[in-house]
Write a protein that binds this ligand. Structure first.
Ligand SMILES: Cc1cc2nc3c(=O)[nH]c(=O)nc-3n(C[C@H](O)[C@H](O)[C@H](O)COP(=O)(O)OP(=O)(O)OC[C@H]3O[C@@H](n4cnc5c(N)ncnc54)[C@H](O)[C@@H]3O)c2cc1C
Length: 360
């Protein structure tokens, strides 16, 4: 088997598959290594995506979004137009916001198949154990690449191998499917306990329910708060509860080396105020894929990738980190949180959701 590639990508999530697609479209020979047996399974995600118009409103400097976020209608589980934000005392505000839930396993498979159609090879059930120089090691093989991309999620082994910084702050979060009928409104519940939040995101059938915690304030684990929330709401859940980390400190300070890049969760490409990371993983994945192909074809330095990420998406991501930092003063006390949410009101909450400053 061939072990020499132009580009080896670790991880076949949205970041890895989008990087692979665009590197292959640029003419590079691309291999993706994924530790899961099947791409996208099991699901540990709220499965919500903003509409392309909302993504544009959040990241106005990002290029050419429509082709990136066009999905077959079969991947839209439930379209929705309202976020309902609940305070600790059960007050709520309806924020107009367009988006949809998907089935994240099928969504990730769709992105992987686009990468394969562009010419990338994807090997599943293949854990990368180390990255050193231009080598990517698995249990059975050593692959060599001109460019190595870490798209391996919030706790990135590739970051370590490339000598790049890790995510500084990780929020644990869990999710499970609930059965039943739900109105087409996306619920976010803040302050279900000090430092804890929960969501109910309706799908075509049932809903995705989850909870997350700020390690700074929470006294229990995300799974404990989740169980309390599910019980209090009288929800019936099915399948396994799945947990993962949400990077919450914004983009890492450096995401490239001479021969490597980090993208998606591995690079902190997540909106800190709501944990949304799929759109940014795809926007930066496309930039990483193009940069990898340009490096292979013309020797263009990979620093260009980070320059473009900074121009297109870092400002809103940094605003979200700042808002989250401000919110952290209130998040530890339900009384203070209630007060701050009343002061914010609907319009400012809409600004926060769209990564704009909450004041003025
Ligand atoms: C509970 C929860 C709910 C969320 N809800 C939403 C939401 O509703 N909307 C939204 O936009 N975002 C949401 N997010 C964030 C979103 O899931 C991530 O931002 C997104 O998945 C990032 O994509 P990625 O490709 O960077 O990483 P991932 O999707 O994590 O993909 C990384 C891949 O790398 C593989 N991998 C890791 N290490 C190795 C290795 N050593 N060798 C081989 N393969 C490896 C993993 O198996 C995985 O498939 C949520 C996160 C959590 C935890």
């Amino acid at each position: 088997m061939n072990t020499d590639y132009d580009v080896v990508i670790v991880g076949a999530g949205p970041a890895g598959s989008t990087t692979a697609e665009h590197a292959a479209l640029g003419g590079a020979r691309v291999l993706v290594l994924e530790r899961k047996k099947a791409v996208g399974e099991p699901v540990a995600c709220g499965e919500f995506l903003p509409s392309t118009e909302e993504i544009k409103a959040i990241m106005p400097k990002a290029d050419d979004l429509h082709p990136l976020f066009e999905v077959p209608s079969t991947l839209i589980s439930r379209p929705m137009e309202t976020f309902r934000i609940y305070s600790p005392r059960g007050r709520y505000w309806n924020i107009p916001f367009q988006g949809y839930t998907t089935d994240r396993d099928r969504f990730d498979k769709h992105l992987a198949s686009k990468a394969q159609k562009a010419g990338a090879t994807i090997l599943t059930d293949t854990l990368v154990t180390a990255v050193q120089g231009n080598e990517v090691r698995t249990r059975n093989e050593v692959y060599r690449a001109k460019v190595i991309v870490g798209a391996d999620g919030p706790v990135s082994r590739v970051a370590k191998g490339l000598g790049l910084p890790p995510n500084k702050v990780l929020y644990p979060a869990v999710t499970q499917q609930a059965v039943g009928d739900f109105e087409p409104v996306m619920e976010m519940h803040f302050g279900i306990a000090p430092g804890a939040y929960a969501w109910v995101l309706p799908k075509g059938k049932g809903a995705n329910v989850g909870a997350g915690v700020s390690p700074r304030w929470a006294k229990k684990r995300a799974g404990d708060y989740f169980q309390e929330f599910v019980k209090a709401r009288g929800l019936e859940t099915v399948g396994r509860m799945m947990g993962k980390y949400v990077p919450s400190s914004g983009p890492i300070s450096r995401s490239f080396t001479e021969n490597g890049m980090l993208v998606g969760d591995a690079a902190g490409h997540v909106i800190a105020v709501n944990g949304g990371g799929i759109p940014i993983a795809m926007i930066c994945g496309r930039l990483a894929g193009r940069a990898a192909a340009e490096r292979v074809n013309k020797g263009t330095p990979l620093s260009r990738y980070e320059e473009l990420c900074r121009e297109q998406v870092y400002k809103p991501l940094r605003t979200a980190v700042h808002t989250q930092w401000l919110a952290s003063f209130f998040f530890g006390s339900p009384r203070r949180l209630e007060f701050s949410m009343v002061v914010l009101g609907e319009r400012r909450m809409g600004n926060i959701l769209r990564c704009r400053p909450s004041f003025p």
